[in-house]
Design a protein around this ligand. Structure first.
Ligand code: CA
Ligand code: CA
Length: 261
């Protein structure tokens, strides 16, 4: 997340310039703000993520005296077009997207769609005063990637032992997973495994694999170091490897078994 400090007055001129010849003096009060925008936060590029298809939006005010409502609207930049009739309500009540109540950080989130086109988008943030005068607080610009060209990553190869003999001392070993994503190595967000004991039970915990190196622009290897001790149960362990990309697409679980004896 990157923070941006925006002067609301400049932004107001820019934003409504994009709307054509609209006379915004009727809706935007020329009075000096009795509150100021302290901070607006959003990532520079938003990737459509089918696991979490929402855009979080938050704004911090230095004070909220006279503010009856804070909200945002989402627009495609070119051609300029409002993307959703739904207005994003930003709240400071500590519920949902808002982490802390009454800290002057107003937060909310809007659903994103894979139907929105790729490219520049804008969120305009507004506040209504007690007399319902609408003020533009600021503007957030971001690049949207709708994920339409996103292909799920695949685990191409698992390099790990099939059998481990544990007698008197612990055995340290590495497991490697080679992952390919046709959108590029940088699209691979995480690679992990979930271990299953010989009796088939698992804690469900994910063990992250670390980046080991890239093979080419689309393929990279990840690894982790494990150990087995004489105290561990003997039998066949299963490890389900999985890769997730930035769009939330999964390789699916790819199992590898190791016989510990
Ligand atoms: Ca808050
Ligand atoms: Ca991908």
């Amino acid at each position: 997340m990157k923070s941006k400090h925006i002067v609301a007055g400049i932004v107001a001129a820019l934003a409504f310039g994009a709307c054509g010849e609209r006379d915004y003096d009727e809706t935007i009060s020329p009075e000096p703000l009795t509150y100021a925008v302290a901070d607006i936060a959003v990532a520079d590029t938003i990737y459509y993520n089918e696991l979490e298809p929402t855009l979080p939006v938050s704004i911090e005010l230095t004070n909220a005296r006279g503010v009856s409502r804070v909200y945002a609207e989402l627009y495609q930049a070119d051609p300029f077009e409002r993307l959703s009739d739904a207005t994003i309500e930003l709240r400071d009540d500590g519920e949902g997207a808002d982490a802390v109540a009454d800290d002057l950080v107003f937060a909310g989130e809007t659903p994103l769609s894979p139907d929105y086109r790729n490219g520049a988008h804008q969120v305009f943030l507004f506040a209504d005063d007690a007399d319902q005068t609408r003020r533009l607080l600021g503007e957030i610009n971001f690049v949207y990637d709708n994920g339409a060209d996103n292909v799920a990553p695949a685990i191409a190869l698992i390099d790990a032992p099939d059998t481990i003999d544990v007698e008197d001392q612990r055995v340290v070993f590495q497991m490697y997973a080679t992952v390919v994503d046709s959108n590029g190595v940088e699209d691979i967000e995480s690679v992990f495994l979930v271990p299953y004991r010989p009796d088939g039970t698992t804690s469900g915990a994910r063990f992250a694999l670390d980046f080991y190196g890239d093979n080419d622009d689309f393929t990279a290897t990840y690894y982790q170091v494990f150990e087995v001790t004489p105290e561990n149960d003997k039998g066949t362990y299963r490890f389900d490897f999985e890769a997730i990309d930035r769009g939330g697409k999964s390789s699916g679980a790819i199992p590898h078994t190791i016989l510990v004896k």
